[in-house]
Design a protein around this ligand. Structure first.
Ligand SMILES: [Zn+2]
Length: 467
């Protein structure tokens, strides 16, 4: 009897211990001191920043405190791009120096099974370590407050405390790189739509204690099956849709929350083209060792007062589109211009080149000429959008950017090398492109090709050739 009771008590405590361990959040901290910090952010026990993660398409916003204007925008935290050296304010986000830090909300768009939250920072001195508390929420608690200011305890308004992080070394230099990985012994930290990072300064002896945050990755369980069964967007965001391409191999978030008058058009006209064309663009622009992003987002933005004349832009894997432009172009340029931006998502010249020590410059006429070539000659060849008129002829030069460069590339592809775009793209992405690639592929220099192309244009226009 005695023995049994003892055994039962033992078993019980074992079970308790197991139950406790099964939901234990782990905070792993890695530090590369100033001397051993390199641009690839490699750590011993913490994964390097993910180029693409659930944070890539998330919406980041400051809910308390203010951004330091010397630093980068919130975008730098989830663009997959890392600072290339230790003290690069514009490549980091930090709260106003001299203030008590602040709070960031990361909205993943839909409740997501989060496996890891990884945060990275880099500075030469006291702005390197990270001190923050992390909370998570699904966002469906009755009193949920998605923007709790610093005088509000988030656990009183629908948030769950995930972890407290403090990477300040007890001894030695604070400078260098820090990688923090928050995970759980069960493999899953939790299901969250929102994460709240409440940061405090690393020191208040002087005004320079707010951390230089370089990147935040949110690793989700995002395998194909998971993506396909991703829960529908919350009801308060009827404009957010997740598209799945090739059984979840690629996913795309299309967000018209700010522009409800574009939602029907996006659903009916845009989405099918995105699903059809993204894999085609990926196949057109391959290169060794490269895989194109498996997730990107297209967000239509309500234009702010005074914001005029912009069409769309792409940062990392996020495409932003101007409401004012798209609402007028639904039957005109709307879809073609998004094809152009999707090519930028596939190009990723900056991100992939970042780790190449001896990279060449990327000429802007190719960065923009290739998307316009694909758009005007592959996607909508009948539109004639890159045709050059008699009026435009004199000024036309191969490096005239966008449509003009697209017209030039189309000429060279047609006459010399059908694989030219693929080869040029691969060199640009690898950081090995120089203008010598054209003679290598065609036997002619860019200037010679320019002369030939202009002669051909002149013949088609029925005018005298000029350079
Ligand atoms: Zn562009």
């Amino acid at each position: 009897m005695k023995c049994n009771r003892f055994f039962a008590a033992f078993l019980c405590s074992l079970l308790l211990a197991t139950a406790f361990a099964s939901a234990e959040v782990k905070v792993t901290v890695a530090h590369n001191d100033a001397e051993h910090s390199t641009a690839d952010f490699k750590f011993k026990d913490v994964p390097a920043p993910a180029k693409v993660s659930a944070a890539t398409a998330a919406k980041f916003r400051v809910v308390d405190g203010e951004k330091d204007d010397a630093g980068g925008d919130l975008d730098v935290l989830h663009d997959g791009k890392l600072p290339t050296e230790a003290d690069l304010p514009a490549a980091n986000f930090f709260f106003n120096q001299g203030t008590e830090g602040g709070r960031l909300c990361i909205d993943l768009g839909v409740p997501t099974d989060v496996k890891q939250i990884n945060t990275y920072s880099w500075h030469t001195d006291t702005r390197a370590p990270q001190v923050y508390t992390l909370y998570g929420a699904e966002g469906n608690a009755p009193k949920f407050n998605s923007s709790p200011s610093k005088d509000v305890d988030p656990t009183t308004c629908g948030w769950k405390l995930i972890a407290k992080v403090d990477t300040r070394p007890k001894t030695g230099d604070a400078g260098g790189q820090y990688g923090v990985s928050i995970s759980d012994t069960t493999g899953l930290v939790g299901k969250f739509r929102y994460l709240l990072l409440a940061a405090t300064p690393t020191e208040t002896d002087d005004a320079f204690g707010n951390t230089f945050f370089s990147e935040i990755s949110v690793v989700s369980s995002g395998d194909a099956a998971e993506m396909l069964t991703a829960p529908k967007p919350a009801a308060d965001q009827p404009g957010v849709k997740q598209l799945s391409i090739e059984n979840g191999k690629y996913t795309v978030t299309v967000d018209t929350t700010e522009t409800p008058d574009l939602t029907d058009w996006a659903n009916n006209q845009l989405d099918p083209v995105v699903i059809d064309w993204y894999p085609k663009l990926v196949a057109m622009l391959p290169s060794d060792g490269y895989s194109a992003p498996t997730h990107f987002s297209i967000t239509f933005r309500a234009d702010k007062p005074g914001e005029k004349g912009w069409v769309a832009n792409t940062g990392g894997t996020r495409i932003n589109c101007s409401h004012a432009f798209y609402i007028k172009q639904l039957k005109g340029e709307a879809i073609g211009s998004i094809i152009h931006e999707m090519v930028h998502v596939v190009q990723q010249y900056g991100a992939f080149r970042a780790n190449r020590p001896r990279r060449t410059n990327t000429p802007g006429w190719l960065t923009e000429g290739i998307p316009d070539y694909i758009r005007w000659y592959k996607f909508e060849p009948k539109a004639g959008g890159a045709d050059i008129s008699k009026r435009g002829y004199d000024k036309a030069r191969y490096d005239g950017m966008y449509r003009i460069s697209a017209n030039f590339l189309n000429y060279v592809v047609g006459k010399y090398d059908k694989d030219l775009i693929r080869e040029v793209n691969a060199a640009l992405r690898d950081g090995t492109y120089t203008d010598d690639l054209f003679p290598k592929l065609t036997g002619k220099s860019l200037d010679e090709l320019n002369t030939e192309w202009k002669a051909d244009l002149a013949r088609k226009l029925g005018i005298a050739p000029a350079n």
